[in-house]
Design a protein around this ligand. Structure first.
Ligand SMILES: Cc1cc2nc3c(=O)[nH]c(=O)nc-3n(C[C@H](O)[C@H](O)[C@H](O)COP(=O)(O)OP(=O)(O)OC[C@H]3O[C@@H](n4cnc5c(N)ncnc54)[C@H](O)[C@@H]3O)c2cc1C
Length: 416
């Protein structure tokens, strides 16, 4: 059986089909009882699992510029490929995740995000999405002022059907300079939390919780915007050499730092396309809360740092701007993602995770769709005001539940 990128999920089926055309995909959906699309298999949760046919869209590799600075992408395209294509033509995306290796469609399906108080998650650039639904129909939702259905169809966890492609809004290419600061005192960070988040185009706070400091602040400044140098004022020191977020690892995998200017796609991700991102042998969890609650959560988690730190490589705290996507954690409110890159020891992680999640649940937080949690959907689904509309949309497109897996069954069972 195949496994996901981290190797923690063994998929429940080894039947993988890679259709070459939309017609082949439609036939497959008509024929099979259970079908599930996968992207680049980077999710840590079982969101992409299937006990039926796994659909790989790797043969849908098209990229085409459209009028108005928009790009049409096939479902097999990764952000790394798309970034090179766009940059050559003088275009850019507004945001990227920490790694470029993931598929555009798979990343948007789970509300994958980068950082920035004014920067929405990656799915916010989607202008249209085309998919084959459970009745084998080709369906397209387009951004429109009179119909908000696209907002339900982008962060859809693969539940609506198999996406064949999307159109994304781009912007003219821009340059970014990345600097890392070390040892930002935690009290200064929390007292000035939103200002810290707003101090650059993208700000990521890395901590191991071992000391009352943010060990590293990764600051990505757009060269076409003004940014104040708040971090030095708050007591952080500029790093004197290039750093990896995991202190023990070689920074060769990381995008350039030390203020060296470069194109957007070579600075917004933390990790370079041609290297393994992050630690490699790891698990990940992440929880989203509005900024004030996130500060409370960070204070509370500091209280049992002695249990978190030994199970952890590093935590990353990022900012995500409010959006209108129904199943996005940032729907109708800006949020902060508190992320954990864990050592690969699930039993140990599970014990500390349940403790973290008590705090998260008390403060109204929700887990990342693509990362590990022990929270049951009943414990957080109430935080999604559009959940019933989403379920209704899914039922309309997938009346026979062809795209359901155990993960989605438990999610939809929790929506009344
Ligand atoms: C090292 C590492 C770093 C990461 N960094 C970040 C980060 O910075 N920010 C962040 O938010 N997340 C991050 N993640 C999580 C990752 O971005 C998400 O899990 C993302 O969904 C993975 O995309 P994928 O293409 O691998 O999708 P998969 O994991 O393969 O699938 C995810 C979902 O998308 C659906 N899907 C995929 N393709 C289709 C299709 N064609 N049609 C319909 N549904 C489809 C699947 O059914 C599934 O529900 C990271 C993961 C790793 C391993």
């Amino acid at each position: 059986m195949g496994r996901n990128w981290a190797g923690n999920i063994e998929f429940s089926s080894d039947r993988v089909v890679a259709p070459a055309t939309v017609e082949e995909l439609q036939d497959l959906v008509h024929r099979e009882r259970k079908v599930k699309a996968q992207g680049t298999r980077h999710s840590f949760s079982s969101v992409a699992d299937s006990d039926g046919v796994i659909v790989s869209m790797e043969r849908f590799q098209s990229m085409e510029m459209l009028p108005g600075g928009r790009v049409r992408v096939g479902a097999g395209v990764t952000y790394g490929q798309l970034a090179l294509f766009l940059h050559e033509k003088g275009w850019a995306l507004h945001n990227l995740a920490s790694l470029p290796h993931i598929s555009v469609i798979g990343a948007c399906a789970t509300a994958t995000h980068g950082s920035g108080v004014a920067n929405g998650n990656l799915a916010t650039s989607v202008e249209s999405v085309t998919f084959v639904d459970g009745l084998g129909r080709i369906q397209t939702y387009v951004r429109s002022e009179v119909d908000e259905a696209l907002d339900g169809a982008v962060v859809a966890l693969g539940a609506l059907g198999v996406v064949t492609g999307s159109v994304l809004q781009c912007e003219p290419t821009y340059e970014v300079a990345q600097n890392v600061y070390i040892d930002l005192p935690l009290n200064e960070c929390l007292e000035n939390f939103e200002e810290v988040g707003a101090s650059a185009y993208s700000v990521s706070l890395f901590t191991t919780w071992a000391r009352p400091v943010i060990d590293q602040v990764w600051v990505k400044r757009r060269l076409d915007r003004e940014h104040a140098d708040l971090l030095a004022e708050l007591g952080a020191e500029p790093a004197r050499r290039k750093l990896h977020p995991l202190a023990e690892m070689d920074p060769v995998n990381c995008t350039e730092q030390m203020g060296v200017r470069g194109p957007w796609h070579e600075r917004l991700p933390h990790f370079k396309m041609e290297f393994t991102p992050s630690a490699g042998e790891e698990l990940q969890s992440e929880f989203f809360l509005p900024p004030i609650q996130a500060c409370r959560a960070i204070e509370a988690l500091q209280g049992f740092a002695n249990e978190i730190t030994p199970a952890l490589f590093v935590s990353e705290i990022r900012f995500v701007a409010e959006d209108g996507l129904w199943m996005s954690p940032a729907f109708a409110k800006g949020v902060v993602g508190i992320h954990f890159t864990w050592r690969k020891d699930w039993e140990r992680v599970r014990r500390v995770l349940t403790k973290i999640e008590q705090t998260i649940e008390r403060l109204g937080g929700v887990p990342h769709w693509g990362k590990l949690t022990t929270m049951a959907p009943q414990e957080y689904i109430g935080e999604y005001p559009m959940r019933r509309a989403f379920k209704q949309m899914v039922d309309g497109h997938d009346p026979e539940h062809k795209f359901r897996n155990a993960y989605l069954d438990s999610l939809f069972n929790a929506i009344d």
